[in-house]
Structures are given as structure tokens and as C-alpha cells.
Design a protein around this ligand. Structure first.
Ligand SMILES: [Zn+2]
Length: 511
């Protein structure tokens, strides 16, 4: 179907249309009064309404002209929207609209670049096909986000896959407003409002897909960010999240405990949820039906069929603290608590962890040892803390070196400096690796990601230090002396195996 070239219904275009309609309205009234039959009719209507004075006549004509203009404007607007929106397509992405090649991986990006180019070049392509195509490409490449940013000539499309941003191509100026419009319709957003940020959720017939849409005004037009997720995603097995073997053995033993608290920390997007759900899955597998598992999350990023998940936060009447207090009456054995960020939640969580519940949660802190400081700041008694927390895990995500083009490399002066800044006194023995990029990794040198872990496991000496209010850096030193493998240590062992580069480890560990 060919799209008519309809200009965008912007504030400016709408203002011009308003003026034009008023002008036509005035013209029509002038025309009506100049014709003999209609002017006689109008005069009769005026005298019947008692409007015979010259001023009132003028007012009457004015009202007539404005009324006509309003009617005309309504007709123009309706027609305009019909022409530019292809309203015959429903505001939902149907099952047959998506063409998703499952698990194709990032290596096929060039093919998808050609596909977008072919789509935008064809005059047959309408906004509906283009949006369906973009969403299909996003899901095919397992992208987490699609970014569409308008520039002067066209709009640029980028995809985020495994944390890296890739340029997919452009959408020409003539199609962009229509694409924005279509995405807004799909997400239930106000199509007319262009100067304000808006958030929505795309509708899919196939419940397996979800897409959160954010629209943001810029001087070139509206910028769109679409976050893609597949509902009912597979939960990763604990064995596959990337923990060092010994840590995994320890951690599995801790997950068997009937009560207490396990805290995961790390920046946004460091894979904390993946670890937490892998842990819940492990508990479910080992304890079977005897474990009653609940989650409190803000927001629920991915729905899993296996678990009873509860949304707390802005869009609900529940907060973490009120949700936790209520869910404790549901007799849970294991509670996954999205985050502890206030005193009330912290105190209820610690109490629950001392009374027969295993709590998995996250706390925002710089390091494993820093979590205790943070919780003490939230009013938790250090002695209680030391007796309830079994372990604190810190994690980061590194970009994995491309196995096709990685090569051995010496530590350069820059590497040594970076490591020195991170407190490494003795330079580690290589070999280390780097990658220059090849066709398979799109010249980036990276494919996929790998996690770095550090686990501070509670021991009696550490318990004493925490009860005595020892500062985080002293606690950390004690844990390292006790044999704790640090994030840097795990990173360097991965670097020696060629999984990651030293620079990448230094980059993520210094966060
Ligand atoms: Zn490569």
C-alpha cells in the first residue's frame, strides 16, 4: 500500500490549518451575504432573532463565520489523521506481523541492516510495516533496546545488544513522523502531544513479547526508546551464571539454609536479577514443593511462570515495607525482596530473616563490605546484622572477548598503571589477551558478556568485626586475608583464560 505524503500534524501545521479554516469561514459568510436568495434568508433569520442593528448584524456574521470555520477544521483534522495513520490497522502487533528468527545472535546484524534499508527504500512500505519490521529485527537480534533519534535529514536507529550499542540504519524524514505516530498508537500514547515526555507499553497479540516505550522531545523531533523483553524468559541455571567453582559450592550450601539473609550488590545492569532468579530456581529444584517462594519487585522486569511475583512501587498501593509486612502473613519460606532502600524495609527484613525466612535481596553499595555500612546507616543493629547475613555477593558484567579474533598480548604500561590504581602491587603473570575485531564480532572484538563475582561469606572473625562497628575497608581487608576472591581477582583469572581483556576488567571493577 502506498502512503500519501501527508505532512506531520504539528502545532505549527495545526495553527496554519486553523487560520486557513477561519479565512474560508469568513469568505463563505461574505459569499452568502452577497447572494440574493441567501442574503434575504439571512435577513429574515436576523429579524426573527431580533438582531437588526448594524453591530448585532456584524456579530451574527462573525459567529456564523467562526461556526463554519470550526466545522471545517474538525473535518480537515479527521481527514488528516485518516490519511496519515492508516487506521485500518488495529493498535496491536498481531501474531503474523512479527518475523522473529529466534537465537540468531549478533553476527547476523549486516543482514538486518540490509533489511531495514530495503524496508525504508520501498515506496510500498508504510509505517505499520516499518514498525513491525523494526520490532522483528530487535527481537531477532535479542536486543534489549531500540533507539530511534531524529536528526535533521533522517532518524537514526540503534540497537543495544548484550550491552553494546550498534547502528542499524536510518529512517527517512518522510517516514519518521508516521513511525512515531504508529508507535504511539501501539503504546496508547497521546498522538497529538509532542512537547512532553511520554511512557507507554506496546500491545502484542502474542503475550510472549513486551515492549516499554519512552518518548522524549528534542529540538529535531521526538526521540523514541523501546525496551524489549520476552515474557516467560528462561531462567538461567545457577551453574551457568559464571560463578567461580568454589564460590558456587559455598553459595549452593548457603541457599540450603532455612533462615537468614543473602545480599547481592552491584550497579544497575550488572546482572543482579539474573543471579537472584537463578538462586530461586536452584532452591525450587533442591527443595521441591516444600519451599514457598514469593517475590516483591519494583518493577517486575520479566515474568516467570514458576514464581509468584508481586509488583510494588509507584503503580501499586504497596511499598517494599508494606508489601513485605503483608507477605509475611502468607507463610513464605523464601522471599526475594527487590531492594532494601529504607529503614522500615531494612528492619522488617532483618526481623523476618531471624524468624525462619530466607531473604534474598539487593542493597545499593560500592562493595561487598560496604553493604554492612549501608544497612547500619539504615538503623539495623550491627550485632543483628552479623548474625543474619550469610553472605554478600558483588557482581559486574564484562564484555567477553571475541573467540574468533582474540590474540595474546603483553601488559602495556597503561595496563600496569590501571592495575596499580586498583591497588594491585605485584603485576600478575600472563598470558593476557586482546581482540582487534573481525567480521563475526562486527569489528568490536567483543561477543556477549561474562559476569565477575565476589562473595563475602560470613565467618566468626568477620562477625566480631561487624558487631564492633569496623569500617568497610578494614572489614574487606580481613575478608581478603580470610581467602575472599575479589572482583579483580576473578576478573584477572578470566583474563588469563582469554575470556576478557585486562582493560575491560579494570574498567568494570573501578565502577
Ligand atoms: Zn572478532
Amino acid at each position: 500500500m502506498r502512503l500519501p505524503a501527508v505532512p506531520r500534524l504539528s502545532q505549527r501545521n495545526y495553527a496554519i490549518a486553523k487560520l486557513a479554516c477561519v479565512a474560508v469561514g469568513v469568505l463563505v459568510v461574505v459569499l452568502l451575504t452577497s447572494l440574493e436568495t441567501t442574503s434575504a434568508l439571512l435577513a429574515a433569520a436576523r429579524s426573527a432573532a431580533g438582531l437588526d442593528s448594524p453591530m448585532l448584524t456584524l456579530l451574527f456574521r462573525g459567529i456564523l463565520a467562526l461556526g463554519f470555520a470550526a466545522l471545517l477544521l474538525w473535518a480537515v483534522k479527521t481527514l488528516w489523521l485518516r490519511l496519515s495513520s492508516q487506521p485500518d490497522r488495529p493498535p496491536v502487533i498481531g501474531k503474523g506481523d512479527l518475523d522473529v528468527a529466534a537465537g540468531s545472535g549478533i553476527t547476523s546484524l549486516p543482514g538486518f541492516r540490509k533489511r531495514l534499508e530495503a524496508l525504508t527504500r520501498s515506496v510500498q512500505t508504510g509505517a505499520v510495516d516499518l514498525v513491525n519490521g523494526l520490532i522483528s529485527i530487535g527481537f531477532s537480534l535479542q536486543a534489549s533496546d531500540i533507539h530511534i533519534s531524529p536528526a535533521r535529514e533522517d532518524a537514526e536507529v540503534k540497537l543495544r545488544v548484550h550491552g553494546n550499542l550498534y547502528r542499524l540504519g536510518t529512517i527517512p524524514d518522510r517516514l519518521y513522523p508516521l513511525v512515531v505516530r504508529r508507535i504511539k498508537i501501539l503504546s496508547g500514547l497521546a498522538v497529538f502531544r509532542q512537547g512532553i515526555p511520554q511512557d507507554g507499553q506496546m500491545r502484542f497479540q502474542d503475550r510472549a513479547y513486551t515492549a516499554r516505550v519512552s518518548v522524549f522531545p528534542t529540538s529535531n523531533g521526538e526521540r523514541m526508546a523501546i525496551r524489549l523483553a520476552t515474557a516467560y524468559a528462561r531462567i538461567m541455571d545457577l551453574e551457568n551464571v559464571g560463578m567461580p567453582e568454589e564460590m558456587l559450592l559455598d553459595y549452593r550450601a548457603l541457599l540450603n539454609r532455612g533462615q537468614g539473609m543473602i545480599v547481592v550488590t552491584g550497579p544497575t545492569g550488572s546482572g543482579k536479577s539474573t543471579t537472584m532468579f537463578a538462586s530461586l530456581l536452584h532452591i525450587q529444584k533442591t527443595r521441591g514443593d516444600s519451599a514457598n517462594i514469593v517475590t516483591l519487585e519494583d518493577p517486575i522486569e520479566t515474568s516467570f511462570r514458576r514464581f509468584q511475583q508481586t509488583q510494588v512501587g509507584r503503580s501499586t498501593n504497596l511499598t517494599f515495607s508494606s508489601g513485605l509486612r503483608s507477605v509475611l502473613r502468607q507463610d513464605p519460606d523464601v522471599i526475594m525482596l527487590g531492594e532494601i532502600r529504607d529503614e522500615e524495609t531494612a528492619s522488617i527484613a532483618v526481623r523476618a530473616a531471624m524468624t525462619g525466612h530466607l531473604i534474598l535481596t539487593t542493597v545499593h553499595a560500592n562493595s561487598t563490605a560496604g553493604v554492612f555500612d549501608r544497612l547500619v546507616q539504615m538503623g539495623v543493629d550491627p550485632a543483628q546484622l552479623s548474625s543474619t547475613v550469610h553472605a554478600v555477593i558483588s557482581q559486574r558484567l564484562c564484555r567477553r572477548l571475541c573467540p574468533s579474533c582474540r590474540r595474546e598480548a603483553e601488559l602495556t604500561a597503561e595496563h600496569r598503571r590501571q592495575l596499580e590504581l586498583l591497588g594491585v602491587e605485584e603485576m600478575p603473570e600472563g598470558p593476557f589477551y586482546e581482540a582487534d575485531g573481525c567480521e563475526k564480532c562486527l569489528e568490536r572484538g567483543f561477543t556477549g558478556r561474562v559476569a565477575l563475582f565476589e562473595m563475602l561469606r560470613m565467618t566468626d572473625p568477620l562477625r566480631d568485626l561487624i558487631s564492633a562497628g569496623t569500617p568497610a575497608h578494614r572489614l574487606r581487608e580481613a575478608a581478603v586475608e580470610d581467602g575472599m576472591v575479589t572482583l579483580l581477582g576473578h576478573g584477572l583469572s578470566l583474563a588469563r583464560r582469554g575470556e576478557v581483556s585486562v582493560m575491560e576488567v579494570a574498567r568494570v571493577v573501578s565502577d
